[in-house]
Design a protein around this ligand. Structure first.
Ligand code: FMN
Length: 179
């Protein structure tokens, strides 16, 4: 099965991208594509611009990437308790193509931050609205204190509790194939 994975951040060395990428390796038999959101920058869009040029091609490309996947793993970076502006802009304008941005794909939501909060606030927001955006949400895991639990050399999370939660979440994406 094809798993699309990304951090909901346009930081090149995004810790959320690293977490999402690692978690995708825990999905049995997955073929993984890692998206870098910095390749999906679009200008701050508006309804006026939409009238002028229609849907933005970058939002379309993002929507189509999700459409081509069998499952999605996204890890949310938290900026002031909410989504990063880069993700929100891309997501909002993808939702003008179809409000079901996630197109009923089985999805795992993650979040992490360097601090003890683990970006739990943005994760709670994302979970709360998932039903409106075609997200078949299978699991959600927040990982606090990223740099304490991540081994940069291997790209793995080694802390046993976080690893167990991520492994269980990843397996929910493989269950559908086995069924
Ligand atoms: C503008 C800004 C606001 C931030 N706000 C929060 C926050 O509310 N909660 C938090 O845990 N971390 C916050 N951070 C720190 C981020 O968690 C940290 O930069 C993290 O690396 C972002 O994830 P990324 O590496 O995937 O982009 C903030 C960082 C920036 C630049």
């Amino acid at each position: 099965m094809k798993i699309l994975t990304f951090g909901a951040s346009n930081t090149k060395n995004s810790i959320n991208k690293a977490l999402a990428r690692f978690t995708a390796t825990l999905v049995p038999g997955a073929e993984v594509e890692v998206l870098d959101l910095s390749d999906y920058d679009l200008p701050i869009f508006s309804e006026d611009l939409e009238k002028e040029i229609g849907q933005h091609p970058t939002a379309k490309a993002f929507f189509e990437k999700i459409g081509a996947a069998d499952g999605v793993i996204v890890s949310f970076a938290e900026h002031n308790g909410s989504y990063t502006a880069a993700y929100k802009n891309l997501f909002d304008w993808a939702s003008r193509i179809d409000q079901k941005v996630f197109q009923d794909k089985p999805t795992v939501y993650l979040s992490t931050s360097p601090g003890p909060g683990g970006a739990a606030s943005v994760l709670a927001s994302a979970k709360g609205s998932a039903q409106f955006f075609g997200v078949d949400l299978k699991a959600a895991v927040s990982v606090p204190s990223f740099y304490d639990v991540f081994d940069a050399e291997t790209g793995r999370i080694n802390e046993p509790n976080a690893l167990a939660d991520l492994t269980a979440a990843a397996k929910t994406l493989a269950l559908r194939e086995a069924a």
